[in-house]
Design a protein around this ligand. Structure first.
Ligand SMILES: Nc1ncnc2c1ncn2[C@@H]1O[C@H](COP(=O)(O)OP(=O)(O)OP(=O)(O)O)[C@@H](O)[C@H]1O
Ligand SMILES: [Mg+2]
Length: 343
């Protein structure tokens, strides 16, 4: 009896053991499965990390290239700037002769006409030869036209002189140190250089520039770089106006009135504020955050490089500790606000 009981007990123990064995086998299989799943996941993560690393390396190389490109361009700009300044200086010399001589020439002509008047009063009946000569040259017309002609020559040379002065102001080579500069002079010289893009052409009337300059102090800055910023923002404004003109007739554009407003003022927090606003095409909401990025452009290849605003932002933020903000509504226009601290 005891023996039989013993066997039964043993058999029971054996069954339990068997079950335990089966269960642990199942556990082992499950563990293996999870392990291989984990391994696959880990491999995936490693692969992804590897991929990101490669992408980052690639991006780093690209950035390096862009930086190099920018530096070379900057060097070129500096060289070009100093050449332009030299040429402008050379132009100013001969223009100076002309401007200096036009006034006396005008006076001499005036005197000569007075003399002719005197002759005519004292000799009212000249000989036929003189009469014929006066008729042939159309003396009365010359008398009327010559002063106008001299006046327009004077206008032209004054304009050349202003332009070459502006070029010199605009290309002011920057030193390592900030210098005192009149922001209004910078804005005006930039506008003068941009004149050819503002004036009327066969497709549209002149772009109206409204200046609202308030009294602001001279500030310490890098003038050549600030002029570059003004140029980049103003050139964009002209582009935006032209884009908004597409498909419109001359008369429609005239009615819409292409306008650029430039306002300056002294803010209470010891800053000067320069606002440049156009009533052009405006910037869509989803693009606003991208316009300051390097190489972002919506302009056709060959027209825009997408560097203008990136450079402007760098000059205002890094070089001058200022801010550059943008407000824009599609179809209404855009406004760029530069704030510069007064040191
Ligand atoms: N006043 C503006 N009105 C409408 N869109 C603008 C204006 N200024 C800039 N943008 C938009 O921002 C983009 C980037 O301007 P950014 O000056 O940096 O480059 P770009 O003008 O395209 O080329 P680049 O200035 O290098 O010739 C422009 O392509 C344009 O889409
Ligand atoms: Mg631009």
């Amino acid at each position: 009896m005891d023996f039989e009981q013993e066997i039964k007990n043993l058999e029971k123990a054996n069954r339990i053991l068997q079950k335990k064995l089966e269960r642990s086998e199942a556990d082992r299989v499950k563990l293996e499965e999870t392990n291989s799943k984990k391994e696959a996941l880990l491999k995936k993560v490693i692969d992804e990390l590897q991929e990101s690393k490669l992408q980052l390396e690639e991006r780093g190389k690209e950035l390096e290239k862009t930086l190099f490109h920018l530096q070379t361009m900057q060097d070129k700009m500096v060289a070009l700037g100093s050449m332009v300044a030299d040429v402008a200086h050379e132009i100013n010399n001969p223009v100076g002769f002309i401007i200096g001589n036009i006034n006396p020439a005008f006076e001499y002509i005036h005197d000569l006409f007075d003399l002719i008047d005197l002759y005519q009063q004292n000799y009212p009946n000249p000989c036929p030869e003189i009469k014929a000569e006066m008729a042939a040259m159309d003396f009365d017309y010359i008398r009327e036209d010559l002063p106008k002609l001299i006046y327009s020559m004077k206008e032209g040379t004054t304009r050349i002189s202003n332009l070459s002065n502006s070029l010199r102001t605009f290309t002011r080579s920057d030193t390592e140190y900030k210098v005192q500069f009149d922001i209004h002079e910078g804005l005006d010289s930039t506008l003068c250089i941009l004149q050819h893009r503002l004036k009327a052409n066969q497709d549209r009337p002149q772009i109206q520039v409204i200046k609202k300059y308030e009294e602001i102090p001279i500030i310490k800055c890098f003038p050549g770089q600030l002029n570059q910023v003004f140029m980049n923002i103003l050139a964009n404004a002209v582009d935006a106006l032209e884009e908004s003109n597409l498909g419109l007739s001359f008369a429609e554009i005239e009615k819409k009135n292409n306008q650029i407003m430039i306002a300056t003022n002294l803010a209470t927090n010891n800053c000067i504020v320069i606002q440049i606003k156009d009533n052009g095409c405006g910037i869509p909401e989803d693009i606003k955050s991208k316009v300051f990025a390097h190489s972002f452009t919506t302009k056709p290849v060959g027209k825009g490089t997408g560097l203008g605003l990136a450079i402007a932002q760098q000059i205002i933020l890094q070089k001058h500790g200022g801010t550059l903000e943008l407000n824009s509504v599609v179809g209404e226009g855009s406004e760029f606000i530069i704030t510069l601290p007064i040191e």
